[in-house]
Design a binder for this molecule. Structure first.
Ligand code: ARG
Ligand code: ZN
Length: 875
């Protein structure tokens, strides 16, 4: 079945009130749902009431207090239809269903994780609990009563504020929760179990006291302190930056160990993958700490962007996700280093969203059609969606953007809104026309901007000839011209931006060129010296840029550009160009060679004390193999890329050997651990230096020392990775892997790192290793974190291992995806996207990848989730 945006129609019925009673039991939970249903104004007659279900067993149905005759309704696992609802405007419907949480392996609806009852309802999981109008524009006020065995589930939680609770005799007890804010069913949540508590409190700007709680497995309370701290900082930040306060008496977070995604913003009761809650220096890396901070913030920010204002339908998913990602990006930028955060965001966008946008799964930020909505929780909706919001702020300026956001909250609080509503508030607040800009939501594909620059010394004119194009994407062959805000600077020999006298050919405001036509010839007058052009500063638009720039100019910008992002970009471009050329050499049987200036510049940047450590670490980290593959674009041979990249690592390491060694030593002296950004930056730089130094003779000994001296997981995991990837056969690697396993075998989240490192081990041997590890006692096909760590890492972060020329990587992958799918279609579909760029491989691998996709599509009883991905990938 295909769902289309243009088919949207409001529901004939509303459900203003929803009263739910859960009698919990692992294999047969009873759900009694009492709905107050109202016919929508303006509907004539009594159209049939069609409620959604998914695998449900109906036990009882009553209308206005009386049992409904079997002839009056039709119940299947997928729907409950009442052909002739009462003629009155309002009626009450009681529905009792039976479900088996312990048998739910798809982890959608009500399921059990480590003995804890929990729910996941976004997007369409509520219909696995009870029959309902399971669509986001049905907003209802929920009252929830939970009954359970007291010893099995002393803790009973649902959305909203706590109400009555008490004993039921027989070892059972109950609790009632009431959420005064009308909400869609996808925000419903229930948790019941025996968990440890971390509590705190927060006083909002207007003086409301909120009780904060994070529930985790007993004994792990200490590991939730960073998450709690992040929550309080998020709450304060949203007040200060967006004027948004929290609105209930309690805010609860529960960490569970079986979860399909990162976390979920259920009103007042966020449910988290425990990976994004639990951390201390011994078990979590700096990247884990940063993720926890960002995801805690993201889910909290949804309270306004997602919950108070929700989506009219699932086509509008980016309304809440793109905006909320933008908000969490800004939060992290304010808490940490803005420049470093921006570089990391762009790297992520290019690594995940660009291949999506440039391959068979490309879709607009606001899609127009889908078969399975779960497959649209994508980098395009989330990450590109955030970039689109960022561009609105760039175009309007920060003050006008805030005015627009204020208007959005004022006008749409309590609504199920659309992207049109969102754009309208900015047009109304600013008086600007955003109709051309709106194409960023409607048109798929990464725009390309081509630029040629010239300087006329006689007329003191600097000219940019700029052209935009958007490549065709599936089902969109013709593209319209976009409004692209291109931030720029003309950098003079002193490293400062040159002031020009006038500009002609495009509208230019506050350092931003606004491209609106196919071609602009932009002339800056009064420019006496030839500037180095710095374009798309801060990554002001999510585009690819084609511009011929002299290596000298890029070297200059890499050292002197006033915009930190562009400075990073300039050096990254030099590295990428060198790696592409080196790959060509490898393929031609030649030894890769690198410019002395480039290799030396890496050393200069590494040691530049005027720069933050984290920036230096990012700057000298070479593009990954997948990044290089993406930039080459076609006829990819991962082995050649790997060889070229290792050659550049070696060249930089050899040239800068003594300098790197000294710097590495100097950075080593650290006091007690702190997860703050500055300390993390120092560790990051030191670990990048280790990566370089480890390629030199006796590198395995240095890495082994680093491993055994490590006092935190960041350093330990970095050393283990260097050993396992660069010296896999060495005794040092074997010993370190064994020691790590021995120490952490019972800590599932840390074992995930052990699986990841081995799954990413380059070369021919990875397939067999990963296959063997699927039998490891710490691995489980039923747990999404384990599957993503081992199988997901192998398929999407091991270019040489997964894309092994003989196709055995793909064969293993097909088996595994199909095995995962039997339990959990959503996780399997996500895994399968690893093959989306198969058409850019060299012909031999391409043919084998295609066979693998065909093998999946030929499997019997394929889920809608997996079928959708595989068919679109092959199309
Ligand atoms: N709304 C959640 C978040 O962004 C993610 C839910 C993902 N749901 C899904 N079916 N994939 O934080
Ligand atoms: Zn979200």
């Amino acid at each position: 079945q295909v769902f289309r945006l243009e088919d949207y129609r409001p529901s004939d019925y509303h459900i203003p009130l929803t009263d739910l009673t859960f009698r919990l039991s692992p294999d047969s939970t009873r759900v009694i749902s009492e709905l107050t249903i109202e016919r929508r104004d303006g509907i004539s007659g009594t159209p049939p009431l069609v409620l959604d279900g998914d695998g449900l067993v109906l036990k009882r149905v009553e209308l206005d207090g009386k049992a409904l005759a079997p002839s009056a309704y039709e119940a299947t696992p997928e729907s409950l239809v009442i052909a002739n609802p009462p003629a009155g405007k309002r009626f009450r419907l009681l529905i009792e269903t039976e479900i088996a949480p312990s048998q739910n392996q798809a982890l959608m609806g009500l399921y059990r994780s480590n003995g804890v009852y929990c729910t996941q309802c976004e997007a369409e999981g509520f219909r696995r609990i009870t029959y309902f109008l399971d669509r986001p524009d049905i907003l209802s006020v929920y009252t929830v009563r939970i009954e359970a065995k007291r010893d099995e589930a002393p803790l009973l939680l649902a959305n909203g504020n706590p109400g009555e609770r008490g004993d039921l005799g027989d070892g059972r007890h109950f609790a009632v929760w009431h959420d005064p804010f009308p909400k869609p069913s996808y925000l419903f949540a229930l948790v019941a179990g025996d968990l440890g508590l971390v509590s705190d409190s927060f006083v909002t700007a207007s003086g409301r006291e909120v009780a904060l709680a994070i529930y985790v497995e007993h004994g792990k309370e200490r590991l939730a302190t960073y998450a709690m701290d992040s929550l309080k900082r998020s709450m304060r930040w949203d007040e200060e930056v967006f004027g948004r306060e929290y609105d209930l008496d309690v805010f609860n977070i529960v960490a569970v160990s079986d979860f399909n995604m990162g976390a979920m913003e259920n009103k007042g009761l966020n449910v988290f993958n425990d990976k994004y809650v639990l951390a201390d220096e011994e078990t979590a890396t700096d990247a884990d700490f940063a993720n926890i901070e960002a995801i805690i913030a993201h889910e909290y920010f949804h309270n306004w962007t997602g919950n108070r204002i929700t989506c009219r339908d699932w086509f509008q998913l980016c309304l809440k996700e793109g905006l909320t990602v933008f908000r969490d990006h800004e939060f992290s930028a304010d808490q940490r280093s803005r420049a470093v955060k921006r570089i990391a965001e762009v790297r992520t966008l290019r690594a995940h969203q660009f291949p999506e946008d440039q391959g068979p799964l490309a879709h607009p930020v606001r899609p127009r059609r889908y078969r399975e909505i779960n497959n649209f929780y994508t980098a395009t909706v989330y990450e590109k969606g955030s970039e689109v919001v960022r561009m609105i702020r760039t175009i309007l300026g920060a003050d006008m953007f805030r005015k627009g956001m204020d208007l959005y909250f004022e006008r749409h609080d309590g609504d199920a809104a659309t992207i049109e509503d969102f754009l309208q508030v900015f047009e109304d607040a600013s008086g600007r026309d955003l109709s051309q800009f709106a194409l960023w939501y409607h048109q798929a594909g990464t725009p390309n901007v081509t630029v040629a620059a010239s300087h006329n010394a006689a007329s003191n004119e600097f000219t940019l000839e700029i052209e935009q194009s958007v490549p065709p994407t599936p089902s969109e062959s013709r593209k319209r011209l976009m409004h692209i805000p291109l931030a720029f600077g003309l950098v003079g020999q002193d490293g400062k931006d040159i002031a020009y006298a006038a500009v002609d050919g495009a509208s230019v405001e506050d350092g931003v060129i606004h491209l609106r036509k196919r071609r602009h010839v932009v002339t800056f007058s009064g420019v006496a010296e030839r500037p180095a052009i710095s374009l798309n500063r801060g990554f002001s638009a999510p585009i690819t840029l084609s511009i011929e720039q002299k290596p000298e100019d890029l070297m200059f910008l890499a050292r002197h550009d006033g915009d930190a992002f562009s400075r990073w970009q300039a050096f990254n471009t030099l590295l990428t160009d060198a790696l592409i050329a080196a790959t060509r050499n490898v393929l031609g049987g030649k030894k890769p060679a690198f410019a002395k200036e480039l290799v030396e510049l890496a050393g200069i940047i590494a040691g530049d004390e005027t720069l933050e450590h984290a920036f230096r670490a990012l700057a000298i980290s070479l593009p990954g193999e997948a990044d290089i593959a993406r930039d080459i674009g076609a006829n990819i041979d991962p082995d050649a890329i790997h060889a070229a990249r290792e050659a550049l690592v070696g060249a930089i390491a050899e040239t800068n050997q003594s300098h790197f060694k000294a710097l590495y030593e100097k950075l080593g002296a650290s006091g007690s651990f702190s997860p703050d950004a500055t300390s993390a930056g120092r560790r990051a730089l030191r670990n990048v230096l280790l990566d370089y130094l480890s390629i030199l003779p006796h590198g395995e000994m240095l890495a082994a020392d680093h491993f055994s001296a490590a006092t935190n997981m960041t350093d330990r995991a970095a050393a283990l990775m260097v050993l396992a990837h660069r010296h896999p056969k060495s005794a040092e690697a074997v010993n370190a892997l064994a020691a790590f396993e021995e120490k952490y075998r019972s800590d599932a989240l840390v074992m995930d790192k052990w699986f990841q490192i081995q799954a990413a081990m380059p070369g021919q041997d990875a397939v067999d290793l990963v296959r063997r590890l699927t039998a490891h006692p710490a691995f489980s096909m039923a747990n999404p974190n384990r599957v993503r760590s081992l199988i997901g890492t192998f398929a999407s972060a091991n270019q040489t291992g997964f894309h092994r020329a003989d196709g055995t990587g793909y064969k293993f992958f097909v088996e595994t995806v199909l095995a995962v799918e039997k339990r959990n279609p959503q996780v399997a579909a996500r895994l399968a996207t690893a093959l989306r760029s198969w058409r850019s491989l060299e012909p031999g691998r391409q043919a084998k990848a295609r066979e693998a996709l065909l093998a999946i599509s030929a499997a019997e009883n394929l889920s809608a989730d997996l079928r959708d991905i595989v068919e679109r990938t092959l199309a």
